[in-house]
Every structure is written in C-alpha cells, then in structure tokens.
Design a protein around this ligand. Structure first.
Ligand SMILES: [Zn+2]
Length: 750
C-alpha cells in the first residue's frame, strides 16, 4: 500500500538531484519569461486576478508520482507544469477534502468555505422531502460574493455554477457556461485567456476552470494505470497552454493561479471488495431508499426507530470492512450530521470496499467517497502568482479554508463560512495585519481567572457530608481532615507547569451574559498535579489542564471522593451529586484528571475532579489514560486539556500538545518551543456507546476514529484555547487537519 510521508520533499529541495530532476527544474524557467513591471497596469484596482483550476479526482499522490515517472515521451513528466508551479510557488503535500469525498460536495465546499452538512450538497444525488430549500440555497459561492461586491466573476464550469437564477438575484457568475462535458479542454482554456484580454472593468477578478480529468479515467481504469498517466499529461498540457497564453500577454506572473482537486481516487476493481447488504437485510431493496457505493446511506421507507434499529442491528458487526452508524454517532470531524438530508443510517466502508445489493453494474477500476482521513482520498493544492510565497511547502489544510483566501486575494468580504480567517495567510508574501474582531475582543485575562479561589489565607476543611466510599457504593468513610494551603509563588509555578500554552478562555453559556470578564460562576482551582476550571453554578468541572512527563503511572486506586474544601458546598452541590451517583448504577464516576498521574492522593479524589459518565464507557477514558501515558513516555512532556462538552451528543474533549524538539525534557512553553515544533492532537470522544458497533470496536479504534481538529473542539466547547499565543501561532494550530499529528494515536486509515 502506498503511503505518503507527512511532507513530500520536493526534488528541487533535495541534494544529489538526478538528471531527470535536474531537467525538470531547468524546464521550469518558462515561468520567469514575463516581467513583473507590467503587472500594475494590468491589474484592476490593484488586485491581481485569480484563476482557480479544478482537476477532478487528481489524487495528491499523483503529483509526486508523475513528477518522477516518465511518460512514453522521453524526458517529459506527466505533471511537469503543475510540478513547476508547485516548486516555484506554494504547495502542500495534500489538501484535505471534506467528507464525503465526492465531487459536488467538495467543489461546493471549496467555493463556499462550508462543510457539506452546512452547504447542504451532501452527495452527487440528494434525497429531499420536498420541504427542503433548493439545494443551492445554502451558502454563498465565491463567484456570488465577488459579483455582489461589484467585481466580475467568471466560470468555465464548476459544479454548482450554472444553476438558473434570475438576473436580479445576482447569484450566477457574471460570465458562465451551462455545463457540457463535450466542450474541449482547449476551448475552455482559450476562453479564460480571452477573458484576460477584456478591459479592466470587464475582466474577471475571479475565474474558475474545471476539467473532468483525471477523475473520469481514474474511475474507468483505476488510479494506478497508464490511462491515468495519459490524462494527467493532457490536463497538465492545458495548464501549460494557459501559462503560455499568459506569457504571450506578458502577464504570467501577474495572475494568481490556484490549482486544486476535489478528492483523490482509490483502486476499487469490479466484482471485488464488495459487501452485499441483501445478505443481512433480505428486504433492503423494498424497505429502504439506499444510495450504494463507497459512501452508503440508508433511509428506511418506514421512518420509525424500530425499523431503523432492525436494519442497523442486522448490518452491525457482520463484515469487518463495514461499519453501520446512526448519523449522530459519526465522528464530529466528518461534519456530516446537521443536514436533514443525511439519512440516519450511514455505512462506513474500508478504503476500496463498496456496499452493493446483489450484483452491481459497476465495471470500473477506481472510486472515491470514503472517509477523508484515507491518504488515497487526499486532494492537491498548488498556488503560484504575485501574492504567493516562492518555493514554499505548507502544512496540509482543509479545503473549506480556501474560500476566505480567495476572498482576500480579490479583496471582497467573505460571507459567513466554516473556515478560519487568516488560516492561510502564511501562504502569502504580504499577509494583511490580523485585526481582532471587536465583537470577539479578548478580555485582558481569561474570565475564569477573575475569581481565583484564594487558598493562601486560611486552612480549608471539608464538611462532614463529603466522604463517599468509591469501592463500596453507599458506604461513607470515616471523617478525615485535609488541608489545602499553597503559597502564591507555588501557585504561579504550577500554573505555568500545567498550562504552558495557557488555559482555555471560557465564555458564559448564556448569551445574555455579555460581560464575559466577570463571570462569577467560573473559578480556577490550582492543585499540585493539575488545574481545574470549575463552574460553581452548574457544579461541574469545565476543564482540567495538566502536564505529564513520562512518569510511570501511579496507583492511587483506593480512595474516597472528597469534597473540595475550597468551595462553598452550596455551590458545588457535591453532597447531592455524590449521593445521586451512589444510587444510580447506570452512571460511573471517573476522574477528569486521571488518578494514575496523581502524585497527591487528595488531588485525584477531589470532587471538583469528578466526572459522571455512563457506566458503559468509563473504559474509553481508561484507555485514553493509557495512551497518554504511552505518549508521554515516548514523546516527552505532554500537556493535556480535557473536559466534558455539552453539545449533542455529549463528549469528552482532549487537547494534547507536545514539543517536537529533541531533548526537550522537562518544562516547555510557547517561548522555549517554537510554533513549528509544537505537536497537537485533539479528540472528541462521544459519551455514549455506539448503538450498533460497540461490540466489534476496540477502544483504541474508537479513540482514533474520533480524532478532531482544535477548531472542532473550539466549536463544540465554545472555549478558545491558548488565547495568549500570538495570533499567527494560534492560527497555525487552528488550521491543522486531523491528519496532522500522531502524537497519541495515528489517525490515518489505510
Ligand atoms: Zn470529483
């Protein structure tokens, strides 16, 4: 199985070039054949035009493969032009597509900055119940954004660009063509060049260009065939024709070119790697509306819970290459829950495997649609032009980030979208200064610090009701007194040790509480082993933060939950909570800061560290603790911020950071560990068993499956992590994909 390294070294950047690589580099000189001086007179309103090109189904790996593999034409590289643009401009080892990895949802994600669940185009075919708005009504494609702000947009095809609108709606691009796949690639390129010849007030600020290849041939022949090589050569030559046309106009370096694909392609030969659903649900054809293939959705005609469970249970744990989910159980990272167009039953197939009913008519060799963490599903990103850096290889990012970037390049204000403003500014030579939105202005200090519980002045003793025996439900322990005293100096030391990048900024859950800097319900508790952000109104911990340094885990199993003496009992409600726990068998109580990492018994068993979870899932938390211990042994000091979320479905989040610099043992912080060395992996583990798949899923697979981006965790919790980091550092963390780290577990699927 092919496997891509985290960063593909560009041949131009390696020592000991082969002759072929040298030739490839030499041949890139055509990109210098036009002079920059001409640009300002060409630009309209000082803005270089953007040409956005999509090569459908161009898998990320093709670019490295075809840069090194000769075609039948000796000395020529199938992707020679794209390669040159990548080497001279900005490229990424891959761009992460949205889930499902299919054409329409991803093309629309690129031009709207919205995940498919938000823009609503969740498939190439969509079921609607008639009450749904028309499919194109969610989200604003960039050609509309451009046009509505008084600039010109043009599309020579792009999925979604040729919907019929009235002129008053101003939703269509200024210039566009009804999709016709028989239009030659040559004609499309010629038209784009003609648009560049228009006078400045008529010339498009944004132009899109779309090629169906190498997708069509990838489907027919499979991704690892000479047929695909040939099509890559064909689209590459068209891009060369486009550049030659720009050179002839002396504007080759005056235009910002962005070349992307929507998704990759995987081997999926006919008659192989199939799961016949009828084998498990004999009446599936009559009783459901089912879309088959790499991404399969099942909508029972009888939309009752019983019917859904009948089918879900019949399919669960039957075939090791197939998993059946209620859509609410799909990992948050897939962003595939919130559209009502997505049926409740979804099948997750292994790469290359397809669900079928009886036989299939399929005769092709390649397909796509699978989970977007498969490397074969990754797309390409190459950008070249006056606004982009030179010879820069950037960290992979999600395709929903492109919309904001394009809006910036053509100087229009983006519509609301799922991307992060500024996330791709590091691709630019001259990025704009990031001004903090005044609505979101950070308070001087995180609000949770406003009521720092003072443990310094007096001795705190717990009240009589607070001891509950953990081992024997219902039995109370003998009374015992604890003292919690700490000097201010020690408190500061611990704060830095357990939150090297700062603690989360927590906003009140009630939107009416606009005065965020004075939320009286949030308190910070500083312990020797960890910090806790605690909500005294809700009586629950908001988060815990701790640093572990490869310690062998401690065995502090025998213990008693202890009322945190620093809080008013009326606030924590601990007596009531603890007695509830004792009575309810379906609830387990676990330690938010894992007791295995405790050096102080009292710390681990404070009731402010108590998290109630359904009894069936506490083992996930234990496995996560094991994984954190393993990672801290192999990777050095880890910082962990973790806590419960209250969105549906409720989850426990983990944000784990480390420093990749070798020999960094001991404490590190954002000044001793440069941003590019910071490793970050996050998880959103649903509290609740998977309805159909629990019996055949290991804890580790469950955890790996529920990897999340930092942005996902911020969205779910409403917290802002690492608020004290410089903006650029924060953006670098926020724009990382779920594939960007294997700190705790490798999230890649093969
Ligand atoms: Zn496609």
């Amino acid at each position: 199985m092919w496997c891509m390294s985290a960063s593909i070294p560009s041949p131009a950047m390696e020592n000991g070039k082969t002759t072929e690589q040298h030739q490839a580099q030499e041949s890139c000189s055509f990109l210098q054949e036009s002079s920059h001086e001409e640009c300002p007179s060409f630009w309209a309103q000082g803005q270089p035009p953007v040409i956005l090109i999509s090569l459908d189904g161009f898998r990320a790996e093709y670019l490295s493969r075809f840069a090194l593999e000769n075609t039948e034409h000796r000395g020529e590289f199938a992707a020679a032009t794209i390669r040159c643009l990548a080497e001279r401009g900005v490229s990424s080892p891959y761009m992460m597509p949205s889930y499902p990895t299919i054409t329409f949802p991803n093309h629309y994600a690129i031009v709207t900055g919205l995940y498919p669940e938000s823009h609503g185009i969740i498939g190439n075919h969509i079921y609607t119940d008639g009450t749904d708005p028309k499919w194109w009504q969610n989200g604003e494609p960039v050609w509309t954004t451009v046009r509505r702000q008084g600039k010109i947009s043009a599309t020579y095809f792009w999925p979604g660009s040729d919907v019929k609108f009235t002129e008053e709606e101003q939703r269509s691009p200024n210039y566009f063509f009804r999709y016709n796949k028989t239009t030659s690639f040559r004609q499309r390129v010629d038209q784009v060049l003609e648009w560049m010849d228009l006078p400045a007030d008529k010339r498009p600020a944004l132009t899109t260009l779309y090629f169906e290849e190498p997708d069509s041939t990838g489907h027919k022949a499979g991704p690892n065939t000479a047929n695909v090589t040939e099509k890559v050569t064909i689209v590459d030559r068209q891009i060369r024709r486009l550049i030659d046309g720009l050179i002839a106009r002396n504007i080759a370096n005056c235009v910002n070119l962005i070349i992307v694909s929507d998704h990759g392609m995987a081997d999926s030969p006919p008659g192989k790697q199939l799961v016949d659903l009828e084998k498990y649900v004999p009446d599936i054809q009559q009783s459901t509306l089912t879309f088959l293939g790499p991404v399969t959705s099942i909508r029972p005609l009888n939309e009752t819970q019983e019917e859904e469970d009948r089918i879900g249970e019949a399919l669960s744990c039957k075939d090791p290459h197939m998993r059946v989910f209620n859509k609410w159980e799909l990992p948050y990272r897939m962003h595939s829950v919130r559209s009502r167009r997505i049926p409740n039953l979804m099948l997750d197939m292994d790469l290359g495997w397809r669900a079928v009913i009886k036989k299939e008519a399929w005769s092709g060799g390649g397909a796509h649609g699978w989970d977007n963490v498969y490397l074969d599903m990754q797309a390409i990103f190459v950008a070249h032009g006056p606004s982009f850096k030179n010879q820069e290889v950037v960290r992979p990012f999600e395709n929903i980030q492109l919309y904001n970037l394009i809006c910036h390049l053509v100087n229009v204000t983006p519509a609301e979208n799922n991307g992060t403003w500024g996330a791709l500014h590091h691709l630019l030579i001259d990025p704009p200064t990031l001004l903090v939105d005044t609505d979101q202005e950070f308070p001087d200090m995180p609000p949770i610090l406003r009521k720092l519980v003072d443990t310094r002045e007096e001795t705190h003793k717990p009240s009589a009701c607070a001891y509950v025996n953990h081992q024997e439900t219902g039995k109370t322990s003998p009374a015992m007194e604890i003292e919690m005293k700490m000097t201010e100096e020690r408190e500061n030391e611990l704060f830095i040790a357990h939150a090297p990048l700062g603690i989360p900024l927590v906003f009140p859950t009630e939107p009416s509480q606009s005065n965020v800097s004075n939320d009286p319900n949030h308190v910070l508790l500083v312990n020797e082993d960890y910090l806790t952000g605690f909500d005294v109104e809700l009586g629950i911990p908001l988060w815990t933060a701790y640093t572990i340094s490869g310690n062998a885990t401690n065995n502090i199993n025998d213990g008693y939950w202890i009322e945190d003496p620093r809080l008013d009992q009326n606030h924590t409600g601990s007596c009531q909570r603890l007695s509830n726990i004792v009575r309810r068998n379906e609830v387990a109580y676990t330690h938010l800061f894992p007791k295995e990492f405790a050096t102080q018994k009292v710390d681990a068993w404070l009731d402010t560290n108590l998290l109630e979870v359904p009894s069936g899932i506490s083992h996930f938390v234990e496995t996560m603790t094991d994984l954190l211990a393993e990672a801290s042994i192999s990777r050095g000091p880890l910082n962990v911020i973790s806590g419960p979320t209250r969105h549906r479905p409720a989850s426990i989040f983990y944000v784990v950071t480390a420093c990749k610099v070798d020999g960094t043992v001991g404490e590190w912080n954002h000044t001793t560990c440069p941003a590019e060395y910071r490793d970050l992996q996050a998880f959103l583990l649903p509290i609740g068993r998977w309805k159909y798949q629990s019996a055949c899923t290991s804890d580790r697979n469950f955890i790996a499956y529920n990897v999340a981006s930092l942005k996902d965790v911020e969205q779910v919790t409403g917290f802002q992590f690492f608020p004290d980091l410089p903006m650029e550092d924060k953006l670098s963390l926020l724009s990382r994909t779920t594939l960007g780290s294997a700190l705790v577990l490798d999230p890649k699927r093969y």
